[in-house]
Write a protein that binds this ligand. Structure first.
Ligand code: NAD
Length: 480
């Protein structure tokens, strides 16, 4: 039975309530985790508030050393962590390894900023006075994390929050607490003071709500659906809490008539089907210039048919199961809606059944043509392996359609024409635009959505600002 980390101690479920963590590939239980009560969440928050008195006094360089040590420990434990991640989340082992490495990279990146927390200085702001702009940690920060990248998305919050001098209470998704707990345990080995990082497992409506509404929590870093993000923002409003929201997306990919079609088709297959399509930054709408559409689709169909779907631990698996049966039902309903309105499935379009598929939740990688623009797959976020394809006749038409969405997370344009590329980069309403690549994010670049895809930024030096208060100080040198 997995335990929670509260005030530096591993604790079980006091109420006796447990969540069974299931392997999405086989339907077998991997382990259990406590379903925490409001009281346990409060204890974790209190422990973080106590630890803040210690951790916030450490120098940036000393805090950075802890993050650096953690990165090393993550690498040492990579195999075991990746295996556990595949079993609780479902993703292929190869992708689980990438996610574990991404967490380590994020720690290394923020460790590198340890001596770069800086403010400003204004000389002679007034007669005999000068001004300073200083950065202070916010206090206890809550981190609420989803199940699709349970480790790396937790890292996006831990890195900047701890480096800036805050302490934390983390709530993993109920279905994926295990690897995160193992990772957080490594911080103690790296010398993090007790209580600076706490993990409380359980329900969003209990633990999550407490973290969002408890007055001792000053900031919420939330990653999840737009629907729950809206609720988190509303609840946080009563305490005027700082919030960073990383929410849903429906990323457009635009392929122009002068693009490298082969490279773009390969990127579309990876970008849509990585993590079984359960990525906020997945390519979710494809806009092809008319003149290259047939050629592009042919290549994409060939690539999609080759994708081997199965248990993430099995050799050769490229696509794992969907994470839960609810997730699978949702994708099935969205695709069916498109088919009912006249779309054609060029590949897939159905659940996978028979043999080992019947033990998990598997959906065939799916390409949809002739999709109506008001179909659910076009207007909603599709969190699974189905891609609607649209034809366009100009860049302006493509950008207009790309922007016709409540989401604005990522986007990509494929062209060798610099003026087209820059026009798209400036006009697509999204936090990221890739030109001739897609989906790969960098710790160095700020990441966060436009419109209903979110608020605030993670990654980059910018994330430190979202985990700091900016304060003005006036120093008077007039002795009299
Ligand atoms: P979700 O919104 O259902 O849950 C996210 C987290 O919020 C979970 O830990 C959940 O327990 C918690 N939660 C639920 N109700 C809560 C409440 N009332 N108060 C506080 N916390 C609560 O999302 P999900 O299904 O786990 O994840 C998928 C979604 O996350 C997709 O929409 C995806 O696009 C989005 N996502 C966004 C990003 C990004 O960086 N923009 C990254 C990954 C995933």
């Amino acid at each position: 039975m997995a335990q929670m980390l509260i005030g530096g101690e591993w604790v079980g479920s006091r109420s006796g309530e447990l969540t069974e963590v299931m392997n999405p590939a086989t339907g077998e239980a991997v382990d259990t985790a406590p379903r925490a009560t409001v009281e346990e969440a409060r204890e974790a928050i209190d422990a973080a508030a106590e630890a803040f008195k210690v951790w916030s006094e450490w120098t940036g360089a000393r805090r950075a050393e802890v993050l650096r040590q953690v990165a090393g420990l993550i690498h040492q434990n990579e195999k075991e962590l990746a295996n556990l991640l595949t079993r609780e989340q479902g993703k292929p082992l190869r992708e689980a390894v990438l996610e574990i490495r991404r967490f380590a990279h994020t720690m290394t990146y923020y460790a590198g900023l340890g001596k770069n927390i800086r403010g400003g200085y204004i000389p002679q702001i007034d007669e005999g006075k000068y001004g300073l702009i200083i950065k202070r940690p916010i206090g206890v920060c809550g981190a609420i994390v989803p199940w699709n990248f349970p480790v790396s998305l937790m890292g996006n919050k831990i890195g900047p929050a701890l480096l800036a001098g805050n302490t934390m209470v983390i709530k993993p998704a109920e279905t994926t607490p295990l690897t995160g707990l193992r990772v957080v345990g490594l911080f103690a080995e790296a010398g993090l003071p007790k209580g600076a990082l706490n993990v409380v497992t359980g329900r969003g409506s209990v633990v999550g709500e407490e973290i969002v509404t408890n007055p001792k929590v000053r900031k919420i870093g939330f990653t999840g659906s737009t629907e729950v993000g809206r609720r988190v923002m509303a609840s946080a409003a009563s305490g005027i809490k700082r919030v960073t929201l990383e929410l849903g997306g429906s990323d457009p990919m635009i392929v122009c008539d002068d693009a490298d079609i082969e490279r773009a088709a390969k990127a579309a297959a990876v970008g849509r089907f990585f993590n079984c399509g359960q990525a906020c930054l997945a390519i979710k709408r494809l806009y092809l210039f008319d003149s290259i559409a047939d050629d592009f689709i042919e290549r994409l169909v060939v690539r999609t048919k080759k994708l081997r779907v199965g248990n993430g631990l099995a050799e050769g698996t490229i696509i794992g199961p969907l994470h839960t049966v609810t997730q699978c039902d949702e994708v099935e309903a969205q695709v069916q809606d498109a088919l009912d309105r006249g779309a054609r499935a060029l590949v897939g379009g159905e659940r996978l059944r028979g043999g080992d598929y019947d033990r998990g939740h598997y959906y065939a990688p799916t390409l949809l043509a002739d999709v109506k623009e008001d179909a659910r797959v076009a207007t909603e976020e599709v969190f699974g392996p189905a891609l609607p394809i649209f034809r366009v006749s100009s860049l302006d038409e493509a950008i207009e359609k790309a922007n016709d969405s409540i989401f604005g997370l990522g986007s990509s344009i494929w062209t060798n024409d610099l003026s087209r590329a820059t026009r798209a980069a400036e006009r697509i309403e999204a936090g990221y635009t890739w030109i001739n690549s897609a989906q790969i994010i960098y710790d160095e670049l700020p990441f966060g959505g436009f419109k209903q895809s979110g608020l605030g930024k993670e990654h980059g030096i910018e994330a430190l600002d979202y985990y700091s208060e900016t304060k003005s100080v006036v120093i008077s040198t007039n002795a009299g």
